[in-house]
Structure formats: structure tokens, C-alpha cells
Ligand binder design. Sequence first.
Ligand SMILES: NC(=O)C1=CN([C@@H]2O[C@H](COP(=O)(O)OP(=O)(O)OC[C@H]3O[C@@H](n4cnc5c(N)ncnc54)[C@H](O)[C@@H]3O)[C@@H](O)[C@H]2O)C=CC1
Ligand SMILES: O=C(O)C(=O)Cc1ccc(O)cc1
Length: 309
Amino acid sequence: MAVVYDRVALIGLGLIAGSMSLAMREAGLAREVVGYARSAETRDTAREIGLVDRVTGTAAEAAEGADLVVLAVPVGAMGAVAAEIAPVLKRGATVTDVGSVKRAVVEAVAPHIPEGVHFIPGHPLAGTEHSGPRSGFASLFRNRWWLLTPVEGSDPEAVARLAGLIRAMGANVEEMDAAHHDLVLAVTSHTPHLIAYTMVGVADHLKRVTESEVIKYSAAGFRDFTRIAASDPTMWRDVFLQNKDAVLDILGRFTEELFVLQRAIRMGDGQHLHDYFTRTRAIRRGIIEAGQDTSAPDFGRSQVSGKDA
Ligand SMILES: NC(=O)C1=CN([C@@H]2O[C@H](COP(=O)(O)OP(=O)(O)OC[C@H]3O[C@@H](n4cnc5c(N)ncnc54)[C@H](O)[C@@H]3O)[C@@H](O)[C@H]2O)C=CC1
Ligand SMILES: O=C(O)C(=O)Cc1ccc(O)cc1
């Protein structure tokens, strides 16, 4: 495949940046992939496993002369990293990020981006509970959505070029407004993660059921909760703090509905429970019948430039 950017700089060398490097190098999408990570241990690991073509000692060193800079650190760290690289950014370069929250990242990063540099925020809807430089794999983004939330006045050519890179890594690209993104993700990802964290916490606190019983007798649903609750604590702390409004909105609705179900159970209102579960089952069936993979939901927004299979 053709080179899309001559030099790509990855700031942060964890699951997402590592997967991007492997995917880009596999498909020959960049002439050079340069990487920076804050900890010396991560930099050493990245060198040892050949995760990128070159590892630098500072973020600015990686970003200098890069055609595309990808901020792949926890969302609470995006602003500081952007401030650090801002003075060395090349005119005409594109800066993107992969953060799970968009509005707060735009607010933190955009003020640091100099004139003549394109800032195109993004979010791959693909990941695992694993983190760090050894956790990446080239196929992570295949057949997944990658949302871009360009700000008004973004250069369409720069957006199309970034979308081209993402599609060449196997993902489907869609554009969305940052605030809407944060609400959609609060429903589909952030609040569900909080519920999983809570449920695993409840099991842990319940002294009448032992830890070995929880592991031994957990059915698939709870097993998934424990997988999700094993996700990186720093990343998820930042997600909740940075998408506070949308998560609190959804969590408020969630607890209201939970109380109604709780009351129906107490009152023995089987009809209510049955009606509720019938509605939720129809939602799941609707998703399947629409031919949508649960990992690639259609949010009903415009495609940037066609959808890859
Ligand atoms: N893990 C997942 O499933 C997904 C994560 N994301 C987003 O991607 C971004 C990166 O996540 P992962 O790759 O999973 O994380 P990770 O934990 O695997 O890697 C994060 C990297 O950032 C570095 N870092 C951490 N704090 C830093 C700071 N204050 N300054 C500079 N560098 C710092 C770490 O040393 C590490 O190299 C996050 O913003 C996350 O919200 C997006 C989609 C999926
Ligand atoms: O591991 C899982 O089930 C995930 O949900 C991965 C994930 C985590 C965070 C994101 O912003 C996007 C995807």
C-alpha cells in the first residue's frame, strides 16, 4: 500500500499507539514511525521488541519534523503533551489523538496548536483490557469504527488524508460532533464500564460469597464484567473525570430505571419485568437484524468517504 505520511510520531507507546505502529508498518503506510513514552521502562521495551522504527527521549524530539503526530496518552495528560510538542510542530502537519473522550481533549489541546497545523481529534472504537507496549496488535482496528470529530473550519484535505490512513489500517471512519460523541460513548462504553467496575466491587465486598466461588461459578456475563474491570485504572479514572457531565447524565437515568426495576421485584410485579425485558430484547434483535456487528454500531452519521469492508 502507498505511504500516506512520511513520518508519524506516536506520543505514548501503549495498546493503541503500539497497534497503530504495527498496523502502519505492516501495510507500509509511513516511511518512518517514531515513538516517545514517558517511562524509560516503556521506551526500553519498545526498543527491545522493535515496536517503532525509532524511540526518542522526549515528546518534542519525536514530534519535530513529523507529518502526523498521534497523541496516545490518557485523556487527562493530552493538554500537557500538546503544550510540550507545540513549539516544534511542522507547518502543514496534522495532530490527532485517540482519546476516549473528545470535548475535554479538544478544550485541552486546541489552544496549543499553532497556526498552519491541523488538529483533527479522533477515537478508535477498538481496544482491550490490556495496556502497555507489549499489548498492541496489528489487527486491532480491523472492521471497527474510528470516529473523527473535526472542529469547524478543519481542512477537508487534511481530514481526508487522516481518514485514508485509518481506513488503510482496516477501520471504518465516521465524523461526529465532539459533544455528541461524548454522549454516545457515555451510553455505549463509559457507563457500562462503571457498572462493570461496581459489580466486581460488590462481589469483592460480599463476605458471604468467597472470591474462589466468584471465579468458579461466574457465568459469561460476570466473566465479561471482570475482564472489563481489569482495564487500566489511570485511563479509566481520566475518562470519568473528563466526561463527567455525559456520564453523570446517563448514570442518573440508569439509577432511576434500576430503582423502578428494584421496586417491581419487591412488589412482585412480573408484568413490568417481562415488558421491560421484552423491550430490551427487541433492541438487541434489531441490532443483529440490521446486520450490524455489535463492535461497529452505526450511529446514523455521515461517512467521511465510503466504508471499507
Ligand atoms: N485501551 C483501550 O481499549 C482504548 C484506549 N483509548 C484511548 O487511547 C489512549 C491511550 O490508551 P492506551 O493505549 O490503552 O493506554 P496505555 O496505558 O496502553 O498507554 C498509554 C501510554 O501513555 C503514557 N503516559 C501515561 N501518562 C502519561 C503522561 N502523563 N505523559 C506522557 N505519557 C504518558 C504511558 O507511559 C503509555 O506509554 C487513552 O486516551 C485512551 O482513552 C481509545 C480506545 C480504546
Ligand atoms: O475492552 C473493551 O471491551 C472495550 O470496551 C475497549 C475500549 C475501551 C475504551 C474505548 O474508548 C474504546 C474501546
